[in-house]
Design a protein around this ligand. Structure first.
Ligand code: CO
Length: 134
């Protein structure tokens, strides 16, 4: 069911410092920073030949990554995103298997303008999983 790895998301406290690491130290191709107020984060994408790295910085109060950064002062891998062909079919299959879908279970439009869902880390080897309809 799961397809390509769409991205690995890394939560950071300081986007300018993270961009310097990925652009200057690692020589990556880095996008502009985009505020995503609906998601409580700002994003920068690092485009790699086979996937992307999504850098996430908290935006506003009650950012969904604020707690994560309290526990991980240096930042860290926050979630991984797999592509699926049909997000509704994927959700229904996972729910039937007993997996927990976060939020109200309805896909939201993610940072790429495509429907996404998040799955509970306790059901997926301790990793927050995002599904994105390809
Ligand atoms: Co993501």
């Amino acid at each position: 069911m799961i397809g390509r790895l769409n991205h690995v998301a890394i939560a950071v406290r300081d986007m300018a410092a993270a961009v310097a690491v990925y652009r200057d130290t690692l020589g990556g191709e880095v996008s502009e920073k985009v505020a995503q107020p609906d998601h409580g984060v700002s994003t920068v994408f690092v485009v790699l030949p086979n996937t992307k790295i999504e850098l996430l910085e908290p935006l506003g109060t009650n950012s969904p990554i604020a707690k994560f950064l309290e526990r991980n002062a240096d930042g860290g891998i926050h979630h991984i995103c797999y592509e699926v062909d049909d997000i509704i079919a994927a959700r229904d299959r996972l729910k039937a298997a007993g997996a927990r879908v976060l939020g109200d279970g309805e896909p939201k439009i993610g940072a790429h303008g495509k429907p996404v869902l998040f799955l509970h880390p306790k059901d997926f080897c301790g990793t927050l999983v995002e599904l994105e309809q390809a």
